[in-house]
Design a protein around this ligand. Structure first.
Ligand SMILES: [Zn+2]
Ligand SMILES: [Zn+2]
Length: 441
């Protein structure tokens, strides 16, 4: 490791306890997406303590600071996500909202602060050509869809995910390259797992509308919306054999409203569901089939179905050159045996959206245990979960922005983003669709 990189690592090591305490404090006050006000304030205070000017309130709770190197050059963003998600039974769950940091986003925020410490306290920032955007971003978890749609109706947001919303607002317009590190609980992924792909996702809100009637005395006069949903769910399950393994399709519905009272035929039943796939084509194909299943439920029972399809997240593409810079630095820190290659994940992230419009990477760092999104999720090893990834990202920035940012310029010259920013917004707006179906009597 060269002398500058050693200084950056020493600066991060010196603040190790501060970073770990920060992550613990965030976990102790978990908040749901677009409502991470206390978490954002905590992040803002940490930046202020470093003497770093920053902007708050981006897409409601986002916090962004831009550190300028000694010479002009490209801007590299380091992202950390602010939100927790509802996990019933998690020991640190908020008693009111159920929110818990069962995805390790609290560690991500500490990593971003670690990068800031490393580059500032070492003085290395002044030796770089370019800028570093430190960015705490809202609402990665795609949850509470109905609540977010209320925010949308109120004009508070347009898109239901944080990074989409930030893209819409132009908060990434001055960013050339982006990276973040997510934690992993998979022991076989070791200290770091780099590369891989993620499913994209579309979300659906479904309402079956029937007719209430006395469930004991006159069910023949009702139209049972729960039965219509049941038929639709059965049809969706029957479709599973038509999905190709390579497309990694996941269709997973929940019932958010199953009826009002047990002694009346359910007149309204609501579902939320995700349709995931490894490519936009796979998502579109699965979505068409799911729509058929929903119509089948309504048709069989004589109910009406109203369906809203919402843009979710796009599949993740890791920029190969940027990834190699990260891999090199991760290897420098922990050795080649501790750096693995990630495969395909059936989950989705709005880093996928960002990765379609600019060169981005989303590697994983170990140190977490339990089930991701589960009640037993915990950050067990802060060294691997926070300190190592902070160092790996800081050293990646050093490589990118050295020698007039030659490496960053090489990445940018080779990058072929799939969508322009304007094209992305158009794509997202075109995805939003509402339709209803009712077989005429
Ligand atoms: Zn998550
Ligand atoms: Zn996550």
């Amino acid at each position: 490791m060269d002398e500058r990189k050693a200084r950056v690592c020493a600066a991060i090591d010196a603040r190790r306890d501060v970073l770990v305490r920060f992550a613990e404090a965030v976990a102790a006050q978990p908040e749901l997406g677009f409502f991470e006000f206390a978490t954002a304030r905590r992040f803002s205070r940490a930046l202020a303590e470093l003497g770093v000017a920053h902007t708050t309130g981006l897409a409601r709770t986002g916090v962004k600071a831009v550190l300028a190197g000694g010479a002009p050059g490209p801007t590299v963003a380091v992202l950390g996500e602010l939100d927790a998600l509802p996990v019933r039974g998690h020991p640190q769950a908020d008693p009111e909202t159920g929110a818990a940091h069962a995805c390790g986003h609290n560690a991500q925020l500490a990593m971003v602060l670690g990068v800031a410490h490393g580059l500032l306290a070492s003085g290395v920032l002044d030796e770089l050509a370019g800028r570093v955007a430190l960015f705490a971003v809202p609402a990665e978890e795609y949850v509470q869809i109905e609540r977010r749609l209320t925010l949308r109706r109120e004009g508070a947001i347009e898109f239901l995910g944080g990074k989409a919303e930030l893209l819409r607002l132009g908060a990434f317009d001055d960013v050339d390259l982006a990276m973040m590190t997510h934690n992993t609980t998979a022991p076989e992924e070791r200290s770091f797992a780099v590369g891989g792909t993620n499913n994209g996702v579309a979300a659906k809100l479904v309402r079956f509308i029937g007719r209430a009637a006395h469930a004991g005395r006159a069910p023949h006069e009702g139209i049972n919306a729960l039965n219509a949903a049941h038929v639709a769910l059965a049809a969706m399950h029957a479709q599973r054999e038509t999905y190709r393994d390579a497309d990694h399709v996941r269709v997973h519905p929940i019932i958010t409203h199953g009826g009002d009272v047990v002694n009346a035929v359910p007149a309204e039943v609501r579902l939320e569901m995700f349709v995931r796939g490894a490519s936009l084509e796979a998502i579109r194909d699965a979505n068409r089939k799911v729509d058929r299943a929903l119509r089948a439920g309504a048709l069989a029972i004589g109910a009406r179905v109203e369906v809203t399809t919402l843009p979710g997240y796009l599949p993740l593409r890791n920029d190969p050159l940027l990834l190699e810079v990260f891999r090199r630095n991760a290897t420098l820190l922990v050795g080649p045996n501790e750096v693995t290659t990630a495969g395909h994940r059936g989950s989705s992230t709005d880093m996928g959206d960002l990765s379609q419009v600019l060169p981005a990477i989303h590697p994983y760092a170990g140190g977490a245990i339990g089930q991701g999104h589960g009640a037993d999720y915990a950050l067990a090893d802060p060294e691997r979960a926070i300190v190592n990834p902070a160092k790996a990202m800081a050293l990646t920035i050093v490589d990118l922005l050295t020698d007039g940012a030659a490496e960053a310029r090489r990445v940018l010259a080779a990058a072929r983003p799939a969508l322009t920013r304007a094209g992305y917004l158009q794509f997202m707006r075109d995805l939003l669709q509402t339709w209803q179906y009712h077989e005429p009597d």
